[in-house]
Design a protein around this ligand. Structure first.
Ligand code: ATP
Ligand code: TYD
Length: 236
């Protein structure tokens, strides 16, 4: 079976592969913000995000979190298990920032203990509205048991990533993950975890080390992503 483009999203393209239950994710250099309202191309960005995602997914697998990762096949290509994605954006927050401080009276930078889990409906046409447990169950998106599993996995992902990044001098402020069901119906982490989907602050200076550099024009996006990738990938 040859590779066929199945879906082109805002930052990644998904291709079929030689195996029916495996896909190829290509991390592109496109970057968008504000619901696609701003778009640019940053040559080299896709490679940093692919490598960081692969490294973090391998680490999560070592810590018992099932992911879609099979292998990185070149600088921007990741072979993954085909998942039926859940239309959910699971956001974990350790420190108040972003939409949480825009929409609620949280003070930016204040710690959230225990971390907050917020789940949005992944539907661009509706601008990804926030869900609650009752709405998720009423829509039949997952079962009660799967919902508990998603939250438990999200907490575990947070612990693993927060510890890793803290050791590299980076505060994990918040991040977004997506899950899907594999061919056996098992919930696995899909999509990506990268500088596009995490909010990261330098522990010493407080400087943004993520897509906020692009959103709010805080500096050189590629060099920021490169610095984070170098810290995470170390001597790889
Ligand atoms: P957003 O930026 O809001 O996440 P998008 O669809 O534009 O939306 P991209 O990251 O560009 O996002 O596209 C990747 C698409 O591939 C997403 O829709 C994601 O849910 C889907 N996807 C990720 N991993 C898998 C997988 N293992 N199997 C099937 N689909 C996947
Ligand atoms: P959030 O503060 O809700 O949104 P914004 O960054 O637009 O103010 O984002 C929380 C975290 O989740 C942040 O690290 C970015 C990530 N995220 C995504 O990657 N994609 C999304 O569609 C959303 C809503 C958040």
């Amino acid at each position: 079976m040859s590779e066929e483009l199945l879906y082109a999203g805002k930052a990644k393209s998904i291709y079929s592969s030689d195996k029916a239950d495996e896909l190829i994710v290509v991390f592109r250099d496109d970057i968008t913000a504000f619901d696609g309202g701003r778009k640019d191309v940053i040559p080299g960005k896709g490679e940093y995000n692919a490598k960081v995602s692969a490294r973090l997914y391998a680490l999560l697998e070592e810590h018992g979190v099932p992911t879609h990762l099979l292998a990185l096949e070149g600088p921007v290509r990741m072979r993954v298990r085909r998942l039926t994605m859940l239309p959910l954006e699971v956001i974990v927050r350790n420190i108040a920032a972003g939409s949480l401080v825009r929409n609620y009276p949280f003070v930016e930078g204040s710690p959230l203990d225990p971390p907050l889990i917020v789940i949005d409906f992944k539907d661009d046409s509706r601008h990804d509205p926030m869900l609650n447990d009752e709405i998720i169950l009423a829509l039949g998106l997952v079962t009660q048991q799967e919902l508990e599993e998603l939250k438990q996995l999200a907490r575990r992902v947070n612990e693993v990533l927060r510890d890793l990044l803290a050791g590299l001098g980076i505060q994990l402020v918040d991040f977004k993950i997506e899950f899907g069901r594999d061919v056996d119906g098992r919930i696995r982490l899909g999509d990506e975890i990268s500088m596009d989907s995490m909010r990261l602050w330098d522990s010493r200076t407080g400087a943004s080390l993520d897509k906020d550099v692009y959103r709010f024009e805080k500096g050189d996006v590629l060099s920021t992503y490169g610095q984070v990738a170098a810290r995470i990938l170390g001597g790889e």
